[in-house]
Design a protein around this ligand. Structure first.
Ligand SMILES: [Zn+2]
Length: 442
């Protein structure tokens, strides 16, 4: 009996093996395996705002000018009582009157809902922060997209403008602004030529692969007119303020001259309220007056480009200089404007731009020195304008050591077109792969 059973088993196995062999010879490409029941593959999850958007019908609504939150909701057939509830309940979480035109709202509807009544609305307050409004069981909560901090190394050749080149190369244009600030005293960014090149190592924050913030520039190189200009971020000592230095450790910033005339005295300070000697009125005096003998040379307090050089009723003969994106200075009541002073002319620090006089509204020979920072007239005596702290020798060796790594990174950057940054690995982990992991372990 036992023998018989064993023989049958052997026969079945043998027949099976022969069949298998024959079939695999006939259909060599065919995989012979146990057929698994076909399971509908779930849609690839789209994880955003802490949920799987693939479970919903998704649409977007861009907030229009003068549009109010209740207005948006009623457009999408949300019941009045839900709107009222959310308006009241939101007060401690998000001020609904703060919704901004141009910002995105994501509306999530049930997949089978033919009339598109949203179950949730997600308002994007910024690229990082969002507010979720649950509309079916009304509730509100805030959320934050995962910020991915990265160090990026980019390089490029300028084709037209710096800004356009950055856009073409998938580089946040905010980086162009930062670079122009660092090189403000070295490179005239208004005169950048096609063919000029740059390399930068910097920190950048991304949300869903999109740049949201340009952090610290660690190092950059700008090749303008065939000459390389370097800037390295360095902190003098552990707690020192970080600043930019060239490859030899020299400060990137320049000092303003303390006064536009030598051998003079301040006859009237910057004041928001002073008694004017000519008009006999109390008025703000947004300049600093330096009394000096008529004809005393007036000097440009820093390098720059002449913006205005002309006569005006109150100012008399004057020159206005743009130093960089941040600073401008103006020199009034000149007896004579210096030769060559016309809009667009370049001036060097200490260059004679005119001579002391009393043209315009003035009681005696003086130069009224006016100083602009970021478009505001400020008191130059109260500004920290002695930027150019030379690096003490004791830090030089440390500077070279600290910047060694970033110098190598900078050298390795190529000028080829930059790829758009890919999302970080963590972000591309979908439920699919998580399940595969789970299968492997259980
Ligand atoms: Zn004045």
């Amino acid at each position: 009996m036992r023998k018989k059973a064993a023989l049958i088993v052997l026969l079945v196995v043998a027949t099976g093996s022969v069949c298998f062999w024959v079939i695999s010879k006939i259909y060599p490409q065919t995989e012979i395996a146990v057929v698994k029941p076909v399971v509908a593959k779930p849609e690839k999850p789209v994880i955003k705002y802490g949920m799987n958007l693939a479970e919903f019908k998704v649409s977007n609504h861009i907030v229009q000018q003068n549009e109010i939150f209740a207005g948006i909701l009623s457009q999408y057939n949300v019941a009045g009582r839900t709107i009222n509830f959310l308006s009241n309940a939101s007060q401690k979480i998000f001020n609904l009157s703060k919704i901004k035109a141009g910002n995105n709202c994501t509306l999530l509807c049930d997949k089978n809902d033919s009339i598109h009544t949203p179950k949730k609305l997600v308002y994007e307050e910024s690229k990082v922060d969002y507010v979720v409004f649950n509309l079916d069981s009304p509730s509100i909560y805030r959320g934050q997209n995962k910020i991915d901090h990265r160090q990026r190394e980019v390089g490029g050749v300028i084709k037209s403008s710096l800004y356009e080149t950055f856009e073409e190369n998938n580089i946040n244009p905010a980086l162009a602004v930062r670079m122009s600030e660092i090189f403000a005293w070295t490179i005239d960014f208004y005169k950048i030529q096609p063919g000029d090149k740059f390399k930068v190592v910097y920190d950048e924050d991304f949300v869903n692969g999109e740049s949201v913030y340009v952090g610290e520039i660690k190092a950059c190189m700008f090749n303008s007119g065939g000459k390389d200009f370097y800037a390295f971020h360095y902190k003098k000592g552990k707690d020192g303020d970080g600043d930019y230095y060239d490859e030899n450790g020299n400060s990137m910033k320049k000092e303003f001259l303390k006064a536009p005339v030598k051998f003079s005295r301040i006859s009237s300070k910057y004041s928001l309220n002073r008694f004017h000697p000519v008009t006999k009125e109390w008025k703000a005096h947004l300049g600093t007056d330096y009394a000096a003998a008529p004809g005393t040379p007036i000097l440009a307090t820093a390098d720059g480009v002449v913006e205005e050089a002309q006569f005006k009723q109150f100012n008399g003969n004057y020159v206005k200089i743009r130093h960089n994106g941040q600073y401008k200075t103006q020199y009034l009541h000149m007896s004579k404007i210096g030769t060559g002073m016309r809009p667009g002319a370049k001036v060097k620090q200490g260059q004679v731009i005119g001579y002391v006089g009393m043209t315009g509204l003035a009681t005696g020979p003086h130069v009224c020195y006016r100083f602009w920072k970021d478009g505001q007239q400020v008191d130059p005596l109260k500004q920290k304008l002695t930027f150019a702290d030379p690096m003490p020798t004791k830090y030089k060796a440390d500077f070279i050591t600290q910047t060694k790594g970033v110098r190598l990174k900078l050298a390795a950057i190529t000028y080829t077109k930059q790829e758009s940054p890919k999302p970080a690995k963590e972000e591309s982990v979908s439920i699919d792969t998580t399940l595969q992991f789970a299968k492997k372990f259980f």
